[in-house]
Structure formats: structure tokens, C-alpha cells
Write a protein that binds this ligand. Structure first.
Ligand code: N01
Length: 542
């Protein structure tokens, strides 16, 4: 084994140079830093916000919570952390998840190597030195052997540029950039644009305060009651007593999330049977609803059974039949990400809540006093844009990333992202993405996926160190084959068939490509293991 200093060392390096530069201090960046330090490497994280937590730092809108049960949406790399941290609710609210991120940062003393309030403007690969040069928005330059983008899948917010948006005299908010001090909507007339997860979580909370709330819906969404609850001491004890078992069961599941999966076809059971199964899952709450039968996301006629059940629930809940029909989605259930809510449909029974359908006629423009639609002026004191994100690639494209020969990542991915395993891309040596396009990421429980990626990257760097390599890059052929596989499995699922952010449909001009890997967590992990077992198959090492 070569001495680390010789492998990583650069005669021109200054004390400002790092072995590994990590971009982003969310759950991915924090664990990456921890692993690098554990390997004795010098690493620094650059973070745009003034605190850790990523998604949970930015998305502070009312009602924000995770839709994966907290006992599973948590790190598993440290058994003591697992035992000592106690979640208070089934789906913990954003402040508690952020508190957890802060606890982890303190516990592992991460902050001293995180440079807050700093955005990365550019990252350029220097072939001669086999180094990355990073320039921050403060104009500082740093160099490192490796560059790891832990920039998140849903971190570049999507703000549609409605005509007149800058003329609005009230206050506008985006759910993904919520003010830290919170917002009091008491006695205000509020407009919400969008009905995705962020809107579905925030609308019931905003409706509790606002004098009047108008929701502008372009596409109705399916949502399942969360049935959130405080966790009892006995339940927490039972989880902690068998955390290893729970994590192992989760690893075997396609979403890396231990929920009751039924592989049976809904088409093979009687109407009474599937209705009772859907009813039981509706009562239990959460995304496990879609795991009721094995073919719900494979066959339209199977999907329709689940979709019809939810529509019946909407019609039973919403008192005004016209509003109920507007809230009934017309597309595949689960095609767009299934939402999880608390009292979403019930909120439309409130006298201060109104739904405006903008599916056929879009919003005309923003006026100084509100929103104009079909020539009608809706007056507001505040407008909330719950309009989502430039998902998967947005945060990467916000940085001018240039690989070998000055080639820009944005240009390379002009027709859609191309990666090997969602972790690396040809032409960009020593660069890694955590939960990048082509990885299971957003289709799985993010925390186990993040840990798997970070462990893969860390082990890879360790392997390079032990074997005297200073450069790693995926071969073009391996990358193309991975892309073919990602597309093949996407084509098997109904998830790839609608205009969702999974395919980039929500951002005008974005190429329509199903970006995450839908082959499932276990299959992905097996593939990564076999790549390693075969001496980093598909990578060229120098
Ligand atoms: O964003 P979205 P989100 N005019 O893209 C509408 C995760 N998440 O922030 O569907 C009018 O889903 C748009 O309409 P349409 C989760 O993975 C998790 O809600 O494009 N409307 C849509 O209704 C989630 O999937 C959690 O027709 C416009 C909405 O804005 C992802 O983040 C909580 C418009 C955007 O919905 C994104 O969710 C929250 C326009 N010009 C988020 N442009 C949990 O863990 C857009 N829209 C619970």
C-alpha cells in the first residue's frame, strides 16, 4: 500500500487543498464527510445554507413531514446513534428531522469541516494534475483529488415565471424556500399554486389560519391518509430491540423500506377481497397502500382498481360533488409520486377553502392584487407556490461542472442524464454523485440509499488508495449499458407513463427521460456488489 500522502499529495498543493470536496450538507454530504474522516482523509463540505439538513433545512412549510416512517428514515451506520435517538411520531415533522440532522452534526463534530453560506459556482477537472478545481461564490478556489456532489434530488426549486409575477404587491413564498421564522397567515387571503406533496401537506395547515384560501390545481393528485401518531414507548422499545432485523428486512424490499408487500395480482381476487384489502391499507395509512398487490404499477387494469377505490374515498369525503370530481385524478395512481396527507380532502369542506381548476385554461397572469384566471381576478395578500423542483439534475446544472477537455456536464446531459450506476459519468473522472440520476434514490427510502452510495464511494476511494490508483472513470460502454437497463426497467412500470417530475415533465424544455432507477434497491445493491467483486467492473482505473 502506498502512503496516502504520496497518492493524494500534490506538490503544488496548499493548505487550502483537500483530498475530497463534498458539495451539500444534507444527509448525504454529512455521512460522506464522516466516512472520509474515518478513513483519515482530508475533506470539506460546501453548503449553501447556514445549517445542515438539506431538504429539511429548506422545506419548512407548514405541515412538512416525511412520508417514510421515521424509525426507517434514519441513519443506520452507527448503532449507538440508532439506540440513543428517539423519534416522537410515526412521520416526524420537519423540525424534528432537522433537529436529528443537527444532532448528528454535533455528535460527530461535523460542523468544523463544513463551510456554510457558500455556493459552488464551478467545478472543473484538471487532467494534468488529476484534480478538481472548485470556485465558490465568494471567489475562493479550492482543489481536491475527488469531488462528490451530494446536492440532493429535489433541491433546485421550480418557480414558473408567470407573467406579472414581479408586480404582485403581497408576499410570495415557495414551499422549497420557506422563511426560517415561519409565516402567519391569520386573517390573510392566500392563494396556493400546485397540488403535489408539498401543497397537499401545507394546504390543510394554511386553511386553519387563512381568512380565505384558494387552491389552483392543474393536475389532481392521489393522496392517502398518513394516520400519523405519537409513537408509544413500547413501540419504540420494540423497534430498538430489533433494529438490525428491521434494517435487514427493509434492505430486501424494492423501496428499501419495510412495508407489507403482497405479490399477488389484484386481478386474481374477488372485488370484495380487494376492496377489503384497500380499505385495511387506507385505514393503516401511508404509501404501503400501493403495495397491496404486486401488479398495481404494472398493468393499467390492475391500477384502475386501486385508483377507483381512492376516488370513492374522495367522493365520500368531499361534500360538494363538483369539487369532489375535480379532486378525482384521471391518471394512473402512483405514476406521479403518491402523496400522504392529514385531512387534505376534508379541507375542501371548509367554507374558507376554494378549488380552482387550471387544467384546461392555465393561470392568465399574476396581478398586483392576486391571480387572474379565465379573466377572473382572485385577490390575495399572499401567494404560495408549491410548484416543485427541477428534480434530479437541477442542482447539478446550477453549477458549471466541466470534465475532461472542458466538456460541460450540462452539454453532455443535454438529451438526458447518462451515468454509470447513478454514481459516476464518463468524461468526469474522480467525480461522484450521491443519489444521482440512474440511481434508485427518489423511488426508495432515501436514507438507506444514501448510505449505500456513500459506502460505495468511500470503499472505492479506499480501494484506489490501497492499489495505488489516482483516477477512476466509468467506461462509456458500461455507462451506455446501464442507461439501456435503466430505460428497460422503467418501460416495465406504469410510473414512466405520465407527465411527472420523474420524467422532467414539470420543467419546460427539459428532456423527457425517466431519471431514477426503478429496478429496486436489492437489485441495485447486488449490481454494485458485483461491480466491486469484479475489480470495479465497468470502470477504468489509472
Ligand atoms: O412538487 P410537485 P412538490 N401552473 O412537482 C403544479 C417530495 N416531497 O414539491 O402536476 C399550475 O410534485 C404541478 O402541476 P402538474 C416528493 O418526492 C416529499 O409537491 O405539473 N400549476 C403540481 O401540482 C414529491 O413528489 C414530501 O400539472 C403548476 C405542483 O405544482 C416531490 O418532493 C413532501 C405549474 C408541483 O408538484 C415534489 O413535491 C413534499 C404551473 N405553471 C415533497 N407548475 C414528503 O416526504 C407546477 N405546477 C411527504
Amino acid at each position: 500500500m502506498r502512503e496516502p500522502g504520496k497518492v493524494w499529495g500534490n506538490s503544488e498543493a496548499t493548505s487550502d487543498d483537500f483530498n475530497v470536496i463534498i458539495v451539500g450538507a444534507g444527509f448525504a454530504g454529512m455521512y460522506m464527510l464522516h466516512r472520509m474522516r474515518g478513513m483519515g482523509l482530508k475533506a470539506i463540505v460546501f453548503e449553501a445554507g447556514d445549517g445542515v439538513g438539506g431538504t429539511w433545512y429548506w422545506n419548512r412549510y407548514p405541515g412538512a413531514r416525511c412520508d417514510v416512517e421515521s424509525v426507517q428514515y434514519s441513519y443506520q451506520f452507527d448503532k449507538q446513534l440508532e439506540q440513543e435517538w428517539t423519534w416522537s411520531e410515526k412521520y416526524s415533522p420537519q423540525p424534528e428531522i432537522l433537529e436529528y440532522a443537527n444532532h448528528v452534526a454535533d455528535r460527530f463534530d461535523l460542523r468544523k469541516d463544513i463551510c456554510f453560506n457558500t455556493r459552488i459556482d464551478s467545478a472543473t477537472y484538471d487532467e494534468n494534475k488529476i484534480e478538481w478545481e472548485i470556485v465558490t461564490d465568494k471567489g475562493h478556489t479550492h482543489r481536491s483529488k475527488f469531488c462528490v456532489f451530494a446536492t440532493g434530488c429535489l433541491s433546485s426549486f421550480n418557480q414558473p415565471r408567470f407573467d406579472g409575477i414581479d408586480d404582485f404587491l403581497g408576499t410570495t413564498y415557495h414551499t422549497g424556500q420557506w422563511p426560517h421564522e415561519g409565516v402567519d397567515f391569520t386573517d390573510l387571503r392566500v392563494g396556493v399554486v400546485g397540488t403535489g406533496s408539498s401543497a397537499i401537506q401545507s394546504i390543510p395547515e394554511i386553511a386553519k389560519q387563512a381568512k380565505h384560501l384558494t387552491v389552483f390545481q392543474r393536475t389532481a393528485n392521489y393522496t392517502i391518509p398518513a394516520r400519523n401518531a405519537k409513537l408509544s414507548e413500547d413501540y419504540v422499545r420494540s423497534i430498538k430491540d430489533d433494529y438490525a432485523g428491521l434494517r435487514e428486512r427493509a434492505r430486501q424490499k424494492p423501496a428499501g423500506y419495510d412495508i407489507p408487500l403482497n405479490s399477488q395480482s389484484v386481478l386474481e381476487v374477488s372485488k370484495e377481497e380487494f376492496k377489503s384489502e384497500f380499505q385495511a391499507r387506507w385505514e393503516k395509512g401511508g404509501t404501503q397502500f400501493l403495495a397491496a398487490y404486486g401488479d398495481l404499477l404494472l398493468k393499467p387494469e390492475a391500477n384502475e382498481k386501486a385508483a377507483e377505490f381512492v376516488k370513492e374515498m374522495i367522493r365520500d369525503t368531499v361534500e360538494d360533488p363538483v369539487v369532489a370530481e375535480l379532486l378525482c385524478p384521471t391518471n394512473i395512481i402512483g405514476c406521479k409520486r403518491l402523496c400522504v396527507d392529514t385531512d387534505y380532502y376534508k379541507t375542501y369542506n371548509k367554507p374558507n377553502v376554494k378549488l380552482v381548476d387550471v387544467s384546461e385554461t392555465p393561470i392568465d397572469r399574476i396581478l398586483p392584487s392576486g391571480i387572474a384566471h379565465k379573466g377572473i381576478e382572485h385577490q390575495f395578500d399572499s401567494i404560495v407556490f408549491a410548484t416543485g423542483f427541477d428534480a434530479m439534475t437541477g442542482a447539478l446544472f446550477n453549477i458549471d461542472i466541466r470534465g475532461r477537455d472542458g466538456r460541460s456536464l450540462k452539454e453532455k446531459w443535454d438529451g438526458g442524464p447518462q451515468t454509470y450506476l447513478g454514481l459516476t459519468t464518463n468524461g468526469f473522472p474522480n467525480m461522484f454523485t450521491v443519489t444521482g440520476p440512474g440511481s434508485p434514490s427518489v423511488l426508495t427510502n432515501m436514507l438507506p440509499s444514501i448510505e449505500q452510495h456513500v459506502n460505495f464511494i468511500s470503499d472505492c476511494i479506499s480501494y484506489m488508495r490501497e492499489n495505488g490508483h489516482s483516477k477512476i472513470e466509468p467506461e462509456l460502454e458500461a455507462e451506455l449499458n446501464w442507461g439501456v437497463h435503466v430505460n428497460e426497467v422503467a418501460d416495465l412500470s406504469l410510473r414512466s407513463t405520465c407527465a411527472s417530475w420523474y420524467v422532467g415533465a414539470n420543467v419546460p424544455g427539459k428532456p423527457r427521460v425517466f431519471t431514477p432507477y426503478i429496478g429496486g434497491f436489492p437489485r441495485y445493491v447486488e449490481r454494485c456488489k458485483s461491480v466491486v467483486a469484479n475489480g470495479y467492473e465497468g470502470f477504468s482505473l489509472a
